[in-house]
Every structure is written in C-alpha cells, then in structure tokens.
Ligand binder design. Sequence first.
Ligand code: COA
Length: 236
Amino acid sequence: MLKHLKGDIQAVLDRDPAARNALEVILCYPSFKAVRRHRRAHWLWKHNMKLIARIISQRTRKKTGIEIHPGATIGEGFFIDHGMGVVIGETAEIGNNVTIYQDVTLGGTGKDVGKRHPTIGDNVVIGAGAKVLGPFTVGAGAKIGASAVVLKEVPPFSTVVGNPGRIVRQNNQKVVIDLDQVHLPDPVKARILSLTARVDELEKCLGCSGCDKCDSCAMQGECGRSAKEELKNEDL
Ligand SMILES: CC(C)(COP(=O)(O)OP(=O)(O)OC[C@H]1O[C@@H](n2cnc3c(N)ncnc32)[C@H](O)[C@@H]1OP(=O)(O)O)[C@@H](O)C(=O)NCCC(=O)NCCS
C-alpha cells in the first residue's frame, strides 16, 4: 500500500492543474482518499476478509461519493477527477495512469456472469458521465468522450463518443462515417442479377458434351451439349 502512495499523490499533481502540493492532495482530494481506501479494501478482499472489505468500500462511498468494489483491480497512477457518482464493478481491471471523471460507471450489462465488467488499458481517459458496460477491453491510450455509452471493445489509441459509442478517431486519424442515405446498396436487385447470370450460364451448358466451360459444372458433360460448339455459334 505504501508502495503506491507516492504514485497516487503524483497522479493528482500531474493531471489536475488546480492541485498545488502533496498536502492539498492528501487533505482535499476525494479521489486520493477513495483510491487509498480501495487499496486497503482490495488487500482484505484478496485475503478472504470480504465483509470488512465491503464495509470499507461502502464507507468510502458515503464519504467521497466514489464506489469502488473491493474486488476491482487498479494499477498505478489512477486518478478520478471530482469523483462524485463514480461506480467501479467487482471484476473491473484498470491499468496504469488511467484518468476518469465524475459520474463514470465501469459496470456490467446484467447479462454476464463471472467477469462482467470492463478491462481498461494503460493511459485511458474516460470523460464525465461515460458508461462503459460489459466484460470487454478498452485498449491502451483510448479516450472515451463525456457521456458516451460504450458497449463494445475499443481498439487502442482510438476516441469513442456518443450513445451508443462510436469510434471517431483511430491512431489520431479522423474516422470518416459514410452518411450517404441516397446511394444505398440494393441487396434484392444484386441477388436477382446474380441469379439471372447463373440461369444464362446454365442455359449455355444444357446439352454440353464436356469442354473447358464444363469443368466446374455439376453435370460434367452428362447433358450431351458442347459449350464450345455453342460459343462458336454465338461468335457467328
Ligand atoms: C472525446 C474527447 C476526449 C476528445 O477526444 P479527441 O480525440 O481529441 O476528439 P476530437 O475533439 O477531435 O473530437 C472528435 C469528434 O467527436 C466529437 N466529440 C468530442 N467529444 C464528444 C462528446 N463527449 N460527445 C459527443 N461528441 C463528441 C467532436 O465534436 C468531433 O466531431 P467532428 O469530427 O464531427 O468535429 C473529449 O471531447 C471529451 O469528451 N473529454 C472528456 C472531458 C471531460 O469529461 N471533462 C470533464 C471535466 S469536469
């Protein structure tokens, strides 16, 4: 727990321009309090003192407005800015140097058992009010926009916004979303054209007695028609 102390203070100093010194972080930051208490609760959880762990977690929620289940795994340099309304589920795993803002949920959808909360990669930023729901991975360096609702895996170094969350940037490149509502593909027309072409081909094969064109034909020359002759006639 002491091993993480310096990192937990430094995370706040590095990422909140309003933080002036370590003492201010220790006394005034709910994130610092919640993460420190979580590390204690997590230790107890892992050493099979689950009830005490849950009590610590619930008291932390009362004091800071941040609810972290003691089973959640949190890496170095985790920072929750403002904090109020944050919920982190039991099987959530958070990498190093992750930043999240107030009102973020790292939760489940209610459909999964066992691992049911997300895995957050290193250096991820999750904006205020975002909901990340399900047992998938948010890749390292990804950004989740404020108020986004993310239900699917997020590739590393991409930005996801909106509800449902969609990728708008990947590896710093803008993702172009095709909004052309007029020139949409027509699957029925495409199928009819393909069937017409097939019927034309089969008609040519009728009566064929075996040739290059017949190699892939299921009748294998049994129809008695020569496609080569037919093609010759067509040329004439
Ligand atoms: C998503 C975010 C991280 C920006 O990431 P980015 O990779 O720099 O992306 P951009 O700013 O280039 O935005 C890309 C597109 O997404 C849109 N966008 C950005 N944030 C969005 C959001 N939260 N919701 C919906 N759309 C959003 C932009 O308008 C832009 O759209 P455009 O391409 O049509 O112009 C940032 O907008 C954000 O939401 N940060 C969270 C900050 C926060 O929670 N602050 C709380 C302080 S108390």
